[in-house]
Design a protein around this ligand. Structure first.
Ligand code: SF4
Length: 445
């Protein structure tokens, strides 16, 4: 693919200021197209025996010590231990409903993901009750990866040992920044000392993979501080580093503050600066021997470090999403659970599936979904899509690929569509070029 020389190359429509809204593309079609009236689709799909696809389990643990000002997840900071126990029991009950359905068909889970919220907010007893219950309901013998998200300030050596005993293979530490003032002003519950302590415990316990999350562009972030964060993360030498660029969706505290002050621009760095910070981090991580594996991740040892959850999901695996507001994908149908605590728990206690909205993508939409998600890896194989969907990617996407090429972000090399580093760092906004017209710039909420 090369830029056509007859026409002037259009300037890419770069965003500058960080305004409110979703940037990150986590699924397709956008969530605003998932509707309560499509819930019967997913209910019917559960009665069909499974097609051969790996099965993952995602459990949302919606509890946190404090709500971060940039947080857009469903979280609660006020639940006592009896509410948490009721929630765990509801999640187990929900899993038991699915386990009896033909769609599971005795399939063992291939990967398990505890996300949040803060899974590490649970006590050791709560964690044991939860995971022992899950293992009785769905076989874990074939589980190749168990991911567990943690907030550093919730971790003791005792709790980390219990998490290791659960069979967790990847511990994901939500560090976000190393500066106490920045952590504080962004509403994070932890401090820098807790990061070092938790990391040292986790290393001693021998977790196969420890991931550290950072956010480029927190409120009051500076060039100098970001460089220091990158230096510190390299010094820690985790197995992988995940870096997100700060976005300000509408359900964040920061957006509420912008709204009351009548401001359209968020008090965080411009997109160009955030991209330059990630570019700097990736460059430094590469110098330290890491490989850039996607728009967000750097891995220390490519041969040992896998992201099975991401790779299976982006290749169309089934995902049993459990818990409040969780997203799942079974037998070709997307669904999301009730997004409030009481309706979720009550539905499950009544023996019902707590599904709030659903959508069955067409074959074409499933193809686009996999294509855009896999493009976040920085390259995709055209043959993969030809074999799986019977689609000639170069022909089908001739126009958007030409646009990306004209803008200087992508090239086709034989079978591979390749984004360069510049394209990779802004992949989420570029993905809209491949969406069906009705889905372009739709709200991801
Ligand atoms: S720790 Fe994570 S889930 Fe909890 S409030 Fe902060 S950003 Fe949200």
């Amino acid at each position: 693919m090369s830029a056509t020389t007859e026409q002037p190359v259009q300037a890419p429509p770069l965003e500058k200021k960080t305004t409110a809204g979703n940037y990150f593309v986590s699924n397709y079609p956008p969530f605003s197209f998932w509707k309560p009236e499509f819930v019967p689709d997913v209910v019917q799909s559960l009665e069909r025996p499974p097609k051969p696809a790996p099965l993952g389990v995602y459990l949302h643990i919606p509890f946190c010590r404090k709500r971060c000002h940039f947080c857009y997840f469903k979280v609660y900071t006020d639940k006592d231990s009896s509410s948490i126990r009721a929630y765990i029991d509801a999640a187990l009950q929900e899993l038991s409903i699915y386990a009896k359905k033909p769609v599971i068909g005795g399939r063992p889970a291939n990967f398990v993901y505890f996300g949040g919220g803060t899974p590490s907010y649970l006590s050791v007893d709560q964690l044991k009750h939860l995971t022992e219950g899950m293992k009785q309901l769905i076989p874990w013998t074939g589980v190749e990866e168990v991911t567990f998200e943690c907030e550093p300030g919730t971790l003791t050596e005792h709790k980390l040992a219990a998490i290791r005993d659960m069979g967790v293979t990847r511990l994901s530490l939500g560090v976000e920044n190393f500066d106490d003032h920045i952590l504080e002003i962004n509403g994070r519950a932890h401090h820098s000392k807790e990061i070092a302590r938790a990391y040292a415990f986790a290393r001693q316990l021998g977790f196969p993979q420890i991931n550290v999350d950072l956010i480029a562009g927190m409120v009051e972030e500076t060039d100098a501080n970001w460089k220091e964060c990158v230096r510190k993360v390299i010094e820690m030498s985790p197995d992988s580093v995940t870096i997100y660029q700060m976005e300000i969706p509408y359900n964040t505290t920061i957006y509420q503050q912008m709204k009351s002050a009548g401001k359209l621009v968020a008090p965080v760095a411009d997109w160009e600066i955030k991209r330059s910070w990630v570019a700097y981090a990736f460059g430094e991580l590469e110098k330290a021997g890491y490989t850039i594996g996607s728009a967000y991740t750097a891995v220390k040892d490519k041969s040992k470090t896998r992201f099975l959850y991401r790779d299976r999901l982006w290749a169309g695996a089934d995902l049993l999403g459990l818990g409040v507001a969780s997203f799942g994908h079974l037998q070709g149908t997307h669904y999301q659970n009730q997004h409030d605590f009481d309706p979720y728990v009550k539905a499950v206690q009544a023996g019902q599936l707590p599904i709030y909205r659903a959508m069955t993508p067409t074959a074409d939409e499933r193809f686009i979904r996999e294509f855009v998600l896999q493009l976040k890896l920085g390259q995709v194989s055209c043959n993969y899509f030809n074999n799986k969907f019977g689609v000639d990617v170069k022909q089908r996407f001739a126009e958007p690929l030409q646009r990306l090429s004209d803008w200087g972000f992508a090239a086709v090399n034989g079978d591979t569509i390749q984004l360069n580093r510049d394209g990779l760092l802004q992949v989420d906004r570029l993905l809209h070029e491949f969406f069906l017209p009705q889905h372009r710039n739709a709200r991801y909420a």
